[in-house]
Write a protein that binds this ligand. Structure first.
Ligand code: UD1
Ligand code: UDP
Length: 358
């Protein structure tokens, strides 16, 4: 089969690299990069490190407003699909690139497969929630990572035969790249970090970066904690720009160790060796669990509800600096969560590729 895969943002390069390696043994894959993420350390580094083949098309559609970005992607992807005439389109996650890809395909009556289907925050003010719902309702093959995700899809009336519980491809990625990360990453030495001696932080969600009081609470709270334990913060370009525009960057630079975004192999090593992770990332929440590290999620809700129920994840609304600091200390002193298998057996990729072939 000819499959067009559409990627655009950092987590999609990681997921696609994991699936692509197996997919390309049986199918012809044509890779479209929308250009949504474009800095070297937000894009190219993942292609290099994870051996994801270079895109056949790079549409170069960098960020603007949501409507403009999604609309321009839709138009450009449609042109490629008309030219390439694939049997199927494969999309990942919940970004604007995901929605544009799914919509372009559906309008041309090309079947859509969605990896990471069925996740819901039930917060429709999140751009990702709209992207997921619309993508799930245009797809005919929905690969759900968890039982909760399959239940969400059923509740929305999506026919059972379209839904496949396959586990999480990010767990496959964690297992697959573990050895390579140990072999190739030098990040702990470079930063002079001892295992379990620091907190790893990532923040990039619109709800945190676009709200100055929430971002202020996060920086203030983490700065208090940093007096006791170093905070390593590979900072997303969006968050750096937001801190700068609110005038918080200088303070953050004094109290926290802000570093540029890192490649996946370095990220794996930073996660594994962290004493605690504090994040608003979907992927990083799960990777904390895969590496048996307690996580504080700085959001009002999460799609990965199993992690909260099993005490791996502490959901903290960033109300004030005091509140953030207090909750981080609570999580630091909490025992590890339940030993439980939540995201499959590390073989989701095989299940996905087999279903795509049918
Ligand atoms: C996007 C996704 C989000 C996902 C995240 C993964 C949407 C709506 N959001 O959020 O779901 O969790 O990717 O990281 O699709 N920028 C750069 N260089 C880059 C990329 C971004 O400077 O390489 C800056 C630009 O100022 C840009 C801003 O970051 O405007 C936001 O980028 P964008 O891709 O729109 O959203 P993310 O916050 O990255
Ligand atoms: N990641 C990375 N380098 C970083 C930050 C994150 O390689 O500096 C990886 C992380 O390990 C995870 C993925 O990027 O696999 C998560 O992406 P992100 O947090 O940008 O998006 P989300 O998962 O929230 O959509």
């Amino acid at each position: 089969m000819r499959i067009v895969t559409i990627v655009g943002a950092r987590p999609q390069f990681i997921k696609a690299a994991t699936v692509s390696r197996v997919l390309r043994k049986q199918h012809t894959e044509i890779l479209i990069h929308t250009g949504q993420h474009y800095d070297y350390n937000m894009s190219e580094v993942f292609f290099k490190q994870l051996e994801l083949p270079q895109p056949d098309y790079n549409l170069g559609i960098v960020s603007k407003t949501h409507g403009s970005q999604t609309g321009r992607m839709l138009e450009s992807i449609e042109k490629v699909l008309i030219k390439e005439k694939p049997h199927r389109v494969l999309v990942y996650g919940d970004t604007n690139s995901t929605l544009a890809g799914a919509l372009a395909a559906a309008k041309l009556h090309i079947p859509v497969a969605h990896v990471e289907a069925g996740l819901r925050s039930f917060n429709r003010s999140m751009p990702e929630e709209i992207n997921r719902i619309l993508t799930d309702h245009t797809a005919d093959l929905l690969f759900a990572p968890t039982k909760v995700a399959t239940e969400n899809l059923c509740r929305e009336g999506i026919p059972q035969e379209r839904i496949h519980l396959v586990g999480d491809v990010m767990y496959d990625a964690t297992l697959f790249y573990n050895e390579k990360a140990h072999r190739e990453s030098r990040i702990l030495n470079l930063l002079g970090l001892d295992p379990k001696s620091y907190i790893l932080v990532t923040i990039h969600r619109a709800e945190n970066t676009d709200d100055s009081s929430r971002l202020r609470a996060i920086v203030e709270g983490l700065s208090k904690v940093a007096k006791d334990i170093p905070i390593i913060f590979p900072i997303h370009p969006r968050t750096r720009k937001a801190l700068e525009s609110y005038g918080y960057l200088a303070e953050a630079e004094v109290c926290l160790r802000l570093i540029e975004p890192v490649g996946y192999l370095d990220m794996v090593m930073l996660e594994k060796n962290a004493r605690l992770i504090a994040t608003d990332s979907g992927g990083v929440q799960k990777e904390a669990f895969f590496n048996k590290v307690t996580c504080v999620t700085l959001r009002s809700e999460t799609e990965w509800v199993e992690l909260v129920k099993t005490n791996w994840n502490y959901l903290v609304y960033p109300l004030s600096g005091d509140n953030v600091a207090r909750e981080v200390y609570v999580a630091l002193s909490a025992p590890p969560g339940l030993e439980i298998n939540l995201y499959g057996d590390g073989r989701s990729v095989g299940k996905i590729v087999r279903k795509i072939a049918i």
